[in-house]
Design a protein around this ligand. Structure first.
Ligand code: IPD
Ligand code: CA
Length: 261
């Protein structure tokens, strides 16, 4: 892929995330018509998820008709150039009137994440990165934290019903015993972007899907952070455990999370 092709996709990802975020914000503000359903226990779905995803896929198809697309809600195909989309990440927050949710769009070229855009409509923040081009929040360069020790650190521990609750409680107990503070704010994509911006010192989850993680992981790398080999063993289609943290804390965070892969 040429520099020009990459730049075009970076600009498109940001523009589409912004447009999709504006639609999501309008649906969020009209909560009475949110159309809430459940895909499974604690797995929220709203009518807006599908509506926003269709808008994103339409816009990508108009701009890059030969690229593949894969979305959380409607699926799709994985090609050598593929867009991986979470139309609303933090759906449970969105559905309950909590403004911590985002649009997450990643572009993967030949198995390597090349572009990431995450837009938070409630805070009007655009987190963005392209491979080799750094990571920014509303144009300001992002850098991971330099917290020296877990006793001063805050780690986000993502949770879903895809792994046993006991494993999550064990991870939380280890992180707490190591002296870190922990949080679970309900959007994996924003949680990982926050590591890139030094708002947390790590994000760990025992299983996360590629549409939640890829855009943020590129930002963490570009912001000088450390990430695990998330795309190993078909992580694109199947998801994987995730650790995104800082070079200083990487050994301590991996050991406390119990995620060594
Ligand atoms: C979920 C959120 C959550 C994370 C889960 C995701 P959704 O996505 O990102 O924070 O822990 O792994 O499935 O359901 O809000 O799109
Ligand atoms: Ca999601």
């Amino acid at each position: 892929m040429t520099k020009h092709d990459l730049e075009q996709r970076y600009l498109a990802a940001c523009a589409i995330a912004y447009e999709a975020g504006d639609l999501a914000r309008r649906r969020f503000e009209d909560r009475a018509s949110i159309g809430l359903k459940f895909k499974g226990p604690q797995d929220y779905l709203t009518a807006a998820d599908g509506e926003v995803e269709r808008l994103i896929i339409r816009r990508i198809g108009e701009a890059f008709p030969d690229d593949a697309c894969y979305g959380e809600e409607g699926g799709g195909t994985f090609g050598s150039r593929v867009w991986v989309i979470d139309p609303i990440d933090g759906t449970a927050n969105f559905a309950r009137g909590v403004p911590h949710f985002c649009i997450s769009i990643a572009f993967v070229d030949e198995g390597k994440p090349a572009v990431g855009a995450i837009y938070s409509p409630a805070t009007a923040e655009m987190f963005a990165a392209r491979r080799g081009g750094g990571a920014t929040c509303n144009g300001r360069p992002m850098q991971v934290s330099t917290t020296p020790d877990l006793k001063q650190a805050t780690i986000e521990l993502g949770w879903s019903t895809r792994r046993p609750m006991q494993n999550y409680l064990d991870m939380m107990a280890r992180v707490a015993a190591a002296g870190a503070s922990f949080r679970r704010a309900g959007s994996g994509a924003l949680g990982i972007a926050y590591v890139a911006d030094g708002r947390a010192d790590g994000y760990c989850e025992l299983h996360i899907n590629s549409w939640d993680a890829l855009a943020g992981l590129l930002m963490v790398e570009e912001a000088g952070g450390w990430i695990n080999d998330f795309l190993a063993h078909d992580g694109l289609a199947q998801g994987n455990p995730v650790v995104a943290t800082t070079p200083i804390l990487k050994d301590a965070v991996r050991a406390a999370a119990g995620i060594l892969g």
